[in-house]
Design a protein around this ligand. Sequence first.
Ligand code: HEC
Length: 154
Amino acid sequence: MNNNFRLLLFLVTLLLVLLISGFSFILVNQHITTKEEEPWGWCGTPDPPDNPTYDLGEALFKVNCASCHNKNMNVDMTGPALGGVLERWNGDTMRLTNFIRNTQAYIATTSDPYATTLCNEWESVMQNFPNLTDEEIKAIIEYTESYYVYQLMY
Ligand code: HEC
C-alpha cells in the first residue's frame, strides 16, 4: 500500500515534469519561429515613398546636391542638412526655388534677411543651377522633405 502510494506519487511527479518541460519547449520553439519569420531589416529604415516626382527629385538630388548636402537630410556637411528646409523658408517654394537657382543673385536682388544670414554663416558658396527648371527644383525639395519626414516617422 505504502509502496503503491509512492509509485503513484512518482508517476504524478513525472507526468507534471514532462508536461511543464513540453509546454516550455513549445513556447521557446514558437518564439524562435516568430523571430525567424520577421522580414530582414525590419528594424532599419524602410524604403521611403515612391512616386514619379519623388523619383525625379531623388535622381536630381543625387547628381546635383549630394556632394554638399548630406543624403540623410539630417547632418550638416559642406552645406546645411536640407531636412525641414520648407519650414525654415515659411513654405515659400518660389522663394526657395529662386534661391537655389542662383543664391548670390537672389540675395543681391531681394536682400532676403534669412538667406543673407545663412550665406554669411557658411564658409562655402553654393553653386548655381541655371539649368534646373522650377518643376525640377520643386521635385528636389519634395524629395528632400518627404525623405526627412518619413525618416522621423521610423
Ligand atoms: C558646392 C556645394 C553645394 C552644392 C553642390 C549645393 N549646395 Fe545648397 N548650400 C550649400 C551651402 C554652403 C549652403 C549655405 C548657404 C550658402 O552659403 O550659400 C547651401 C544652402 C542651401 C539651402 C538653404 C538651406 C537652409 O537651411 O535654409 C538649400 C535649400 C539648398 N542649399 C539646396 C540645394 C540644392 C537643391 C542643391 C542641388 C540642386 C544644392 N543645394 C547644391 C552648398 C551647396
